[in-house]
Design a protein around this ligand. Structure first.
Ligand SMILES: Cc1cc2nc3c(=O)[nH]c(=O)nc-3n(C[C@H](O)[C@H](O)[C@H](O)COP(=O)(O)OP(=O)(O)OC[C@H]3O[C@@H](n4cnc5c(N)ncnc54)[C@H](O)[C@@H]3O)c2cc1C
Ligand SMILES: *[C@@H]1O[C@H](CO)[C@@H](O)[C@H](O)[C@H]1NC(C)=O
Ligand SMILES: *[C@@H]1O[C@H](CO)[C@@H](O)[C@H](O)[C@H]1NC(C)=O
Ligand SMILES: *[C@@H]1O[C@H](CO)[C@@H](O)[C@H](O)[C@H]1NC(C)=O
Ligand SMILES: *[C@@H]1O[C@H](CO)[C@@H](O)[C@H](O)[C@H]1NC(C)=O
Ligand SMILES: *[C@@H]1O[C@H](CO)[C@@H](O)[C@H](O)[C@H]1NC(C)=O
Ligand SMILES: *[C@@H]1O[C@H](CO)[C@@H](O)[C@H](O)[C@H]1NC(C)=O
Length: 501
């Protein structure tokens, strides 16, 4: 017997000794060792495994919207980076599909392809460290509320999503629209470096100088490339005497053309301080029959400076006006995106979004979509909770970033529109709901005269072409697939707007 053979047999003896003396490996019906007996011992003591045996899987996998949701047999609530590495390796060993989940707002239908998977919950990686060179390092599980609150304490701010309950990294990996984007670019444009757990469990740093191709792909197509355990981003001093003036209008449907017409008229001239958004929806307390138009203007400055831009909108017969001033952290609450607002509740609702970037408001299409929206929610009362959004965040600094410098393909637009078809799960409404959303989007697209449709990856419904989401320049999808083959050849990250290998 050679020495190496004897070493192997010795190690087998030791291994069998330990497996007898410690807990026996529990196997599932298909022979795979149970997650608790195999993965449990290598996780940190603070990590939590949830499965059908222990814990509440329903609670641990609750999502913002439930249409075409992924399904999970296991959840690992990780407590540190190494827990992620071990969990990814475990999942790969047994070919268990996995998905990283933070705040659970991912909407795209491709997520529904994940069945009997393993959810890696990163929500407890919330640490935020402010460095004194105007950067901060942010844990992969921080939310927008965490960011705004923690940075504010240091008199700092950065670009993060407008909705408090949404994760910070999820939006960033697809671009990341926020109130401060007109000044500083998208959330992804703030990224300096990221620590990433790759598909094979290896940890790398992605930055301009380390894995630059991964760094390029992370900013726009990041959900396809790895698990970000922490990100270092640019932060900014809160400007002196910073104040936001807001004015919220409610209009009836017959004011749409005037409102949209006015927005087109000023769109080339509005300063970075001016942001707006319109929502079609029904608010029974105000009008139980007709949908209404909720239109908000945010102006980063005093009322006196805002007035020139706001005044025209007072002429279009609003049925209500509310105004006031706010600090930056209050903006989410003022626009209905606060942690306690309806939008932040996980309510077992289907919420199907059909987004489109537009470069102008078409007054005729505005009216047509409003009438169709109003009629459809009357014909199908189950859909009455639906919304139609037109987000007009300022875009100066978004547009000024070179188009080929990141995987974000769509930077030159004026408004991001999306119907969010909302209803309690009811299979008899599914086809109607999807038609409703598709028609609203197509009406806007047809009126836009744009040759091709452009969609924000983080709002995409999942029916779009790869080019629609990731860009029409022929090199974009080609390069993304090339980088995908380099960093994730087995296509493990294939559930969120998948690029494919
Ligand atoms: C109510 C609401 C408001 C929104 N507001 C905005 C907004 O203001 N601006 C904007 O740009 N977008 C916004 N979005 C879209 C948002 O960008 C996406 O829904 C985003 O994917 C949500 O991230 P999450 O952590 O909340 O959800 P999750 O479902 O937990 O994450 C979504 C996906 O992101 C990936 N992911 C999350 N965390 C990580 C990580 N640490 N590392 C690697 N991958 C990760 C995973 O693929 C996951 O499937 C909004 C969505 C909703 C529902
Ligand atoms: C599990 O969580 C769900 C959703 O939060 C809840 O409705 C249910 O009662 C919980 N089940 C148990 C056994 O606690
Ligand atoms: C900023 O400081 C942090 C912590 O000191 C450091 O890790 C980082 O590299 C610095 N970043 C830049 C851009 O200088
Ligand atoms: C909205 O729809 C209802 C029901 O069809 C209709 O009575 C009402 O006139 C519509 N309102 C508007 C503003 O078109
Ligand atoms: C709100 O509008 C009213 C009426 O125009 C005005 O008097 C008031 O000063 C405004 N509020 C703020 C905070 O500017
Ligand atoms: C959009 O235009 C196409 C092509 O002209 C047409 O077939 C389709 O019905 C239009 N859709 C909507 C919703 O207007
Ligand atoms: C993990 O994947 C990366 C990227 O594909 C590769 O460079 C690295 O060698 C792989 N590591 C192992 C241990 O296979």
């Amino acid at each position: 017997m050679t020495i190496s053979h004897s070493l192997v047999s010795l190690s087998l003896v030791i291994a069998s000794y330990f497996s007898q003396s410690s807990a026996t490996v529990i196997r599932r019906d298909d022979g795979v060792p149970s997650i608790r007996s195999e993965l449990g011992p290598v996780l940190s003591p603070e990590a939590i495994i949830v499965d059908s045996e222990r814990g509440n899987l329903t609670e641990a996998t609750k999502r913002w919207q439930v249409f075409a949701s992924p399904s999970f047999d296991y959840v690992v609530q990780v407590a540190n980076e190494n827990d992620i590495v071990e969990t990814v390796k475990y999942a790969n060993r047994y070919s268990i599909p996995f998905l990283v989940v933070n705040a659970g707002h991912g909407e795209i239908k491709s997520l529904g392809g994940l069945k009997k998977g393993l959810q890696i919950t990163v929500r407890s990686l919330k640490k935020i460290t402010v460095h004194d060179n105007n950067t901060a390092t942010i844990g992969g599980g921080a939310s927008n509320l965490d960011i705004t609150t923690e940075l504010w304490k240091a008199n700092k701010q950065t670009v993060s999503g407008t909705c408090e309950c949404v994760g910070f990294l999820g939006p960033l990996l697809g671009g990341g629209h926020g109130f401060l984007q007109g000044y500083h670019g998208l959330a992804a444009d703030q990224l300096i470096s990221a620590r990433v757990v790759l598909a094979n469990g290896t940890i790398v740093t992605a930055s301009d100088t380390s894995n630059p191709k991964l760094f390029w792909a992370l900013r726009g197509a990041g959900h396809n490339f790895g698990i970000v355990t922490e990100a270092t981003v640019k932060i900014y001093d809160v400007p002196k005497d910073d104040i936001w003036y807001y004015e919220n209008f409610i209009y009836q449907g017959d004011s749409i053309e005037a409102v949209f017409g006015q927005l087109n008229k000023i769109k080339r001239d509005t300063p970075v301080q001016f942001e707006h958004y319109a929502v079609f929806g029904r608010l029974p307390q105000i009008d139980p029959v007709n949908a209404l138009v909720f239109f908000s203007i945010l102006y980063n400055g005093p009322a006196s400076a805002a007035d020139k831009w706001v005044a025209p909108f007072r002429q279009f017969s609003p049925i209500d006006i509310q105004n006031g001033t706010a600090t930056y952290p209050q903006l989410s609450g003022i626009t209905g995106n606060g942690i306690n607002d309806a939008i932040c509740q996980h309510e077992n609702l289907n919420r199907i979004r059909y987004p489109i970037y537009l470069d102008r408001f078409d007054p005729g299409a505005g009216k047509a979509t409003f009438d169709y929206f109003n009629k459809t929610i009357s014909d199908h009362p189950g859909l009455a909770g639906s919304l139609m959004l037109f987000e007009g965040l300022s875009t100066q600094a978004v547009k000024s970033v070179r188009l080929d410098s990141t995987a974000i393909p769509h930077r030159d637009y004026f408004v991001l529109s999306s119907p969010v078809v909302t209803y309690a799960p009811d299979a008899s409404l599914d086809a109607i709901a999807e038609d409703f959303g598709r028609n609203l989007r197509m009406t806007l697209h047809n009126a836009s005269k744009a040759e091709k449709m452009h969609t924000y990856v983080n709002y995409a419904v999942g029916e779009e072409s790869l080019e629609n989401i990731y860009g029409y320049n022929s090199w974009r999808v080609h390069d993304l697939k090339k980088h995908k083959r380099a960093y994730d050849p087995q296509d493990r990250f294939r559930w969120y707007a998948p690029i494919g290998v």
